[in-house]
Write a new protein. Structure first.
Length: 230
């Protein structure tokens, strides 16, 4: 979120040409919104939430996207919605950070939003999948999902899941459409310390309303002492 085209092109060392999309800065992305995705050598955009290949009309396709914004790394190669894209059409999803909401199993008040970003301010490179779908009227839509894994360390005190981050030295292999071996792809997603370099900060519940947008949404707020059930 909130990254300019120029910043993404520079960070991923992409070719900057007139065909690259230009999206408005967005601090509160919702399902079906357009997001930047990085494919092999190019910057493109996609609607957030993978459209299942069997959808027959636009109404059902859009309705289904909200249930497919994330794909679990543990089962992505098996789920009908995601498995073909995982094998043939992977991408990277750039972000300055992401929101997560505390669950009742953690030490924070349930539904308290947090903003997670890199400690040094560098962009995040999230593993994703993408695919194209053609509507009943012939409109071609590219859509994408974020890949998630089990959360660890401080992130696990907020929520049970976190994005899969892709290290720079794995970008090329991950984006290679000819790389279709499930075990190899699973190995690329594996990371011994996936939360390294991340920081979390509580933010205002204003982020819960999609109509709210702007850099103030990621400003840190003060919380009371963490609560526990025991």
């Amino acid at each position: 979120m909130a990254q300019s085209q120029e910043e993404i092109v520079a960070f991923f060392n992409l070719t900057d040409d007139s065909s690259s999309p230009t999206l408005p800065l967005n601090w509160n992305i919702a399902p079906t919104n357009e997001i930047y995705i990085v494919k092999a050598g190019s910057l493109e955009s996609a609607s957030w939430g993978l459209i299942a290949p069997w959808q027959k009309n636009m109404v059902d396709a859009r309705a289904g996207q909200s249930h497919a914004i994330n794909a679990r790394s543990e089962s992505i190669h098996e789920k009908p919605t995601f498995r073909d894209a995982f094998r043939t059409s992977r991408c990277l999803i750039p972000a300055t950070g992401y929101y997560e909401w505390a669950t009742s199993l953690g030490k924070y008040p349930p539904k308290q939003p947090f903003y997670i970003t890199s400690r040094d301010g560098s962009p995040l490179s999230i593993a994703g999948i993408c695919s194209t779908w053609r509507s009943e009227k012939g409109e071609v839509i590219q859509s994408a999902s974020i890949i998630t894994r089990e959360a660890i360390d401080e992130l696990a005190t907020i929520h049970s899941r976190m994005p899969v981050f892709m290290a720079r030295d794995r970008w090329s292999e991950w984006l290679d459409p000819q790389n279709r071996e499930v075990e190899k792809l699973q190995g690329l997603m594996a990371n011994a310390n996936p939360a390294a370099g991340l920081i979390t900060r509580p933010v205002s519940s204003r982020v819960n309303l999609v109509a709210n947008n702007g850099p103030e949404l990621i400003s840190e707020i003060e919380l009371g002492e963490p609560q526990t059930l025991f």
